[in-house]
Design a protein around this ligand. Structure first.
Ligand code: BTN
Length: 320
């Protein structure tokens, strides 16, 4: 019912809609309509109420509610099913639960705030309320296990291209999947897999973007930034989510039909580390070398100082 009321207000294009019209069109009492409008107000929608004219919608909040994300979304699968939570432990957990219950490919879990957000390598990911994007997407590709890292790289390409289009900011990728602006992190990607022997059951790609974070504690501010801080203007989260989902779906379809080659080319064109000297930190130790590129599995190829080429599967890298 609330969805229908909102739809009528949006269709009225800022004009007044009377309580009478709403209650007739939706076949419910004026009191019920009023209650729903109050709920919408609590969610951040602003209405003007004028006696005898009714209500008109003044503004729509920039919160990734399903109705907002889905409105005008140009996809056939990704984001057609959206689960929104004002607060959640981690969208990854929720997405795993939905996947196990049989949720379909493209299902998105999105939260305004995470209180137990997960980062790569067991780290914590902070998603304070009202400022960022914390979302997880369920994919069910029929792929061999070793190809999974390619999908993380594909997601990084979609994010960088969506950020560039929405903000004009020159976002870049640091292998494997950090998105940076002016050398500071604005987005992290965490891909989690559920598989049996060599068959993928499903994959959850988790994306955290610092969108309108106004400031960071000093030590984090050295290494992280937000789109708003870089652009000096707030960015609409809903538009960025939509753009990202549209880009991700197109790249995913391209990948399923043409393989990794076209994605790899785009990834390399956005990569900050390729052709540069890098410091590589792995559990097994540290090394330095020249980042040559990635291979067809998304593995980083590094030429060490002795000339040998090493494959790096998982690590943190720093530009040397
Ligand atoms: C990283 O750079 O370490 C990856 C961070 C991934 C964070 C996102 S936010 C949405 C999703 N839910 C989580 O708990 N983590 C991912």
């Amino acid at each position: 019912m609330k969805k229908e009321i909102l739809k009528m207000f949006k269709e009225a294009n800022g004009e007044f809609v009377s309580g009478e019209n709403l209650s007739q069109a939706l076949n419910c009492s004026r009191t019920a309509i009023w209650k729903h409008i109050e709920e919408l107000r609590e969610e951040g929608y602003e209405f003007e109420a004028v006696r005898r004219s009714g209500y008109r919608l003044l503004s729509i909040p920039d919160v990734p509610y399903p109705a907002e994300v889905k409105e005008g979304l140009q996809t056939t699968s990704l984001g057609q099913e959206v689960h929104f939570f004002p607060t959640i432990d981690s969208t990854q957990h929720k997405a795993h639960g939905l996947a196990k219950e049989g949720a379909k490919e493209g299902t998105v879990v999105i939260a305004d705030e995470q209180v137990g957000g997960k980062g790569r390598l067991g780290r914590v990911w902070h998603s304070p309320p009202g400022t960022g994007i914390a979302l997880s997407i369920l994919l069910r590709p029929q792929l061999e296990l070793h190809r999974c890292p390619q999908l993380t790289l594909l997601a990084a390409v979609a994010i960088v291209e969506a950020i560039q289009e929405e903000t004009n900011l020159p976002a870049q990728i640091k292998w494997p999947n950090d998105v940076l602006l002016n050398g500071k992190k604005i987005c992290g990607i965490l891909t989690e897999l559920n598989a049996e022997s060599d068959r993928i059951n499903y994959l959850i790609i988790g994306i955290g973007i610092n969108v309108n974070t106004p400031s960071f504690p000093e030590e984090i501010g050295q290494i992280a930034t937000s789109l708003m801080l870089e652009k000096q203007a707030p960015i609409r989260r809903v538009k960025l989510v939509q753009n990202f989902l549209e880009k991700l779906e197109r790249l995913y379809q391209l990948y399923l039909t043409e393989g990794f080659a076209p994605i790899k080319r785009r990834w390399e064109s956005h990569a900050i580390s390729i052709g540069k000297r890098v410091i590589i930190r792995q559990i097994s130790g540290m090394m330095t070398g020249l980042a040559l590129g990635i291979d067809d599995d998304g593995v980083l190829l590094v030429q060490k100082d002795d000339g040998n080429i090493e494959k790096v599967y998982s690590a943190d890298i720093e530009l040397g």
